[in-house]
Design a protein around this ligand. Structure first.
Ligand code: SF4
Length: 221
């Protein structure tokens, strides 16, 4: 039976400077492994960030923005549990922090919120601590939809990105095109990492200014 692996605990888990839950580089020669939904969004931002995350042997600190996002998430969860979901989101049974693990798809993730409006449908909601949305987030949401359909056997016709700063719920239709793009992306990312093919750099060089991987991108500067 094939053994699937996600991230291994970092060797420096005791260090206060590193997050013990943060992904660490895999030994890709050891066997099959599973991408995170988060990687799809990162790939849309800059493919090399995902590539280096999986292939460089360096434990990394949790970015401040992620810590802040986690705090906002916690706050919203408690508030919505007490007062109910905002009016802009659909009604239904609500599951929080849903773990999604599907090695057969080569993908895993943890969904912020899943709304079950009836017996056969599910609506994923991804909370974003931001003022405006980023195109890669739709792909991320579509990846959650794929996992939910696969694991729970429910139809996922739509989803929502909830932007916490303007308190805005953006509706996303799960079109055939969006679904196809996600499947293709998962293949593309996995192939690049498995074959150690360095992907192209982002064209938006402003993203490189504070990038932790800057020193590995000599061709960019
Ligand atoms: S330095 Fe720029 S191209 Fe290189 S990984 Fe960072 S964002 Fe991507």
């Amino acid at each position: 039976m094939t053994e699937f692996r996600l991230w291994q605990p970092p060797p420096s888990a005791e260090s206060p400077e590193t997050d013990p839950d943060a992904p660490q580089p895999l030994n890709l020669d050891a066997g099959p492994w599973v991408l995170r939904v988060l990687d799809i969004k990162q790939w849309a931002y800059c493919p090399r960030i995902v590539y280096f995350t999986y292939t460089l042997p360096t434990p990394r600190a949790t970015p401040y923005k992620m810590e802040e996002g986690a705090r906002v998430h916690e706050h919203l969860r408690e508030r919505w549990k007490a007062r109910g979901l905002p009016r802009r989101l659909p009604r239904g049974e609500v599951w929080w922090d849903v773990p999604l693990w599907a090695p057969e798809l080569g993908l895993s993730g943890k969904l912020d919120l899943l709304i079950l409006p009836d017996e056969t449908t599910a609506i994923p909601v991804d909370l974003k601590h931001a003022r405006r949305s980023f195109p890669g987030w739709k792909l991320q949401l579509a990846a959650y939809a794929w996992l939910v359909e696969h694991l729970f056997g429910r139809t996922v016709p739509e989803g929502y990105l909830y932007l916490t700063r303007p308190r805005k719920a953006e509706h996303v239709r799960m079109t055939a095109r969006l679904r196809q793009r996600v499947r293709r992306l998962v293949d593309e990312i996995r192939t690049a990492i498995e074959q150690r093919t360095v992907p192209p750099a982002t064209r938006q060089r402003g993203r490189c200014v504070n990038c932790e991987f800057r020193r590995f991108c000599n061709d960019v500067f």
